[in-house]
Design a protein around this ligand. Structure first.
Ligand code: F6P
Length: 341
């Protein structure tokens, strides 16, 4: 029978296991194909780390966080590229690949596809920054976790008459901050896409305080206050040699406290937003993506990605998904900003 390799790559995300389960069950039941599980993303392909993935191994997976296959940020083009990938695929009789990942993973998938590897992509990121799909699974869960956390941080801020700065994920875009900020009634939402000066942030804080509220500021990790040149003084390098980013919440809090005289604390939600069980919405979207990805393989729609357009699952070109990031439009922030202060 036909064997499809399946891998999860890049930062993990609630719903990855639901994609795997959807693909394996539909592949087994409807198309009679079998699956090989590639461990830790592209690493498993370039290092030949592959396991059988029978249907009984995916039972109950829709509700499980993380990924049973493991993940890594390995780029196959730094480790033997297309030849190495083809070698491992041939060894395990894989005739196609399903690659579940974000921008980096799908860019590698697109390049492999351009070089003749039969690949179908599945979009994944809690950041929701992938073009060519309306939503990615994981985003809804991340927004729910962030909203619940902000609600909790608000009650402690109220008890102490403090201002609370909450940093959420979003290296390049502010979708999580925007949605969690609206949902939790934040007094300001700061995102990388929109320039806001520290004076304006303090004005919102004072407005909220003057109405007797404990000011709550939601900030995406990639936000840079207008006029600041070196927003993220790197705190050394991470394991991948990248400068450590983040810390904007921690840096904003003392500035707000100094300028407004309001005691201010910060909290960084970090990987809490990526862990644990997926929301019902994400389980459904991930399951639909998984089943649609197998159909795309059977129909040999190589170099495509499954995508959510409105309420329909479609196939789009991997090129259209990986060339520009989907940022928050100014108008979406403007409509939220009416509620600030
Ligand atoms: O890409 C998703 C994301 O959640 C970003 O918002 C964040 O900057 C990044 O992952 C952090 O990932 P890691 O710590 O796993 O490198």
């Amino acid at each position: 029978p036909v064997t499809i390799g399946i891998l999860t790559s890049g930062g993990d995300c609630p719903g990855l296991n639901a994609v795997i389960r959807g693909a394996v069950i539909k592949g087994d039941r409807i198309h009679g194909v079998q699956f090989a599980g590639v461990r830790d993303g592209w690493r498993g392909l370039v290092e030949d780390d592959v396991v059988d993935l029978p249907r009984y191994d995916v039972r109950g997976l829709a509700r499980m966080g993380g990924t049973i296959l493991g993940t890594s940020r390995t780029n196959p083009f730094d480790h033997g590229g297309v030849d190495r990938v083809r070698e491992t695929m041939d060894k395990h009789g894989m005739t196609a690949l399903i690659a579940i990942g974000g921008e980096g993973t799908l860019t590698a998938a697109r390049r492999l596809s351009d070089e003749g590897i039969p690949v179908v992509g599945v979009p994944k990121t809690i950041d929701n920054d992938l073009s060519a799909t309306d939503y990615t699974f994981g985003f809804d869960t991340a927004v729910s976790i962030a909203t619940e956390s902000i609600d909790r941080l608000r009650t402690t801020a109220e008890s102490h008459h403090r201002c609370m700065v909450v940093e959420v994920m979003g290296r390049h875009v502010g979708w999580i901050a925007l949605h969690a900020g609206i949902a939790s009634g934040a007094h300001a939402i700061l995102i990388p896409e929109v320039d806001v000066e520290i004076e304006q942030i303090c004005a919102w804080v004072e407005l909220a305080r003057d109405r007797g509220r404990a000011p709550v500021i939601v900030v995406a990790e990639g936000f840079v206050p207008a006029g600041e040149k070196h927003p993220h003084a790197p705190r050394g390098l991470d394991a991948f040699g990248r400068p450590r980013l983040g810390g904007i919440g921690e840096r904003l809090a003392p500035q707000i406290e100094e300028r407004t005289g309001i005691e201010t604390r910060s909290a960084t939600l970090g990987h809490l937003q990526r862990g644990g069980v997926p929301s019902a919405y994400d389980r459904v979207l991930a399951t639909r993506f998984g089943t649609a990805a197998v159909d795309a393989v059977i129909e040999k729609r190589w170099g495509t990605m499954v995508s959510l357009i409105g309420t329909e699952i479609r196939s789009v070109d991997l090129h259209s998904a990986t060339t520009v990031l989907k940022t928050v439009p100014q108008q979406r922030w403007d409509e939220a900003a009416i509620l600030f202060g």
